[in-house]
Design a protein around this ligand. Structure first.
Ligand code: NAD
Length: 328
């Protein structure tokens, strides 16, 4: 099938081209993000391949449908950026990659915890500057600390397993209890209770209308003073302004994020020569106890191989009229 691949970077081209040897689709790579403005680029393509910050709202979908697109193949697990109702009305199928490497994201969350707890970002810079002082680098043992996991699906359970290895006490909040977590000895609690008991809280639930700003001013009040908050899931789970206030008051003692509410205007691009206009982002960057990575949780070669393989297999399923297990 002819596939227009949006938001494509060198690594997308590399992994998709390699995997496509076994599928034989006609892949055309476009660098721009997919929005209503760029959707006309897909004219005549029956399939469009999109990533997390592509905006598949009603306007973009109508343009795509009008120019012959019948399939959106997301190379991501999350699909909060697609107006599914409008896609269905327009007869456009949406497929995704529900799992590629839950380890990649879970391990990145753990990396952010270690960065913040042991101040590795400061230590790295200090030593490079021949400053060997330990003042201000004091951390705490993860062993024996309490970790709250919000969302215990594929990534949450991997994260829980790793933190169990450190010797942490594990709490969780999820409307559905995961037997694998129960086996690990994870205790399920309501969210406010989990927040009140956790030294570290890590978010692993999807962004939906129900979870938008799940962590808001009210919920932040439940946190232990100085707790670490990690978000490798989706930026919209946290009310950024409320988080900034909690960092300023000391309620949040460490804030590690791989995702950000307004990331679509920033992440995946080299903006080092521009003045960032997002004041909230700049304020976060100025705090000494905030570590931000630019949505790289998924970014391992294992995950990229799996994403390419599943994306192309999804497209083949739809092309052949087979039922696709990954249809949203
Ligand atoms: P999953 O579907 O396997 O698990 C999600 C879990 O969240 C489920 O157990 C579900 O019951 C739970 N949940 C739903 N609503 C909830 C709520 N209100 N409160 C608490 N839990 C709730 O998904 P997954 O593969 O584990 O991925 C989790 C999220 O990670 C994705 O939705 C995506 O946003 C994010 N993600 C980020 C990256 C990255 O690169 N940073 C990569 C992949 C996925």
């Amino acid at each position: 099938m002819r596939v227009a691949i949006f938001s494509s970077k060198s690594y997308d081209r590399q992994f998709l081209t390699a995997a496509n040897q076994a599928f034989g689709h006609e892949l055309v790579f476009f660098e721009p993000r997919l929005t209503a403005e760029t959707a006309p680029l897909a004219k005549g393509f029956p399939a469009v391949c999109a990533f997390i910050n592509d905006r598949l709202d009603a306007a973009a979908l109508q343009i795509l449908a009008g120019s012959g697109t019948k399939l959106i193949a997301l190379r991501s697990a999350g699909f909060n950026n697609v107006d599914l109702k409008v896609a269905a009305e327009l007869g456009i199928k949406v497929v995704r990659v529900p799992a590629y490497s839950p380890y990649a994201v879970a391990e990145h969350a753990v990396g952010l915890i270690l960065m913040l707890d042991r101040k590795l970002y400061k230590a790295y810079n200090r030593v490079r500057d021949d400053n060997f002082s330990l003042e201000g680098l004091l951390g705490f043992d993860l062993h024996g600390s309490t970790v709250g996991v919000v969302g215990t699906g594929k990534i949450g359970v991997c994260f829980a397993q790793i933190m169990r290895g450190f010797g942490c006490h594990l709490l969780a909040y999820d409307p559905y209890q995961n037997p694998a977590c129960l086996e690990l000895g994870v205790q399920y609690l309501e969210l406010p209770e989990l927040l009140a008991k956790s030294d570290i809280v890590s978010l692993h639930c999807p962004l939906t209308p129900e979870t938008h700003h799940l962590i808001n001013t009210e919920m932040l009040e439940h946190f232990k003073m100085g707790a670490i908050l990690i978000n490798t899931s989706r930026g919209g789970l946290i009310d950024t302004q409320a988080a900034i206030a909690a960092i300023k008051s000391g309620k949040i003692g460490g804030f590690g994020i791989d995702v950000y509410e307004q990331e679509e205007d920033l992440f995946f691009e080299d903006l080092s020569d521009t003045v960032i206009q997002d004041d909230a982002f700049q304020l976060l960057q100025s705090f000494p106890n905030v570590v931000i990575t630019a949505h790289q949780g998924f970014f391992t070669r294992n995950a990229l191989e799996a994403i390419a393989q599943t994306t192309l297999a999804n497209i083949s399923d739809v092309e052949r009229g087979h039922p696709c297990p990954n249809q949203v």
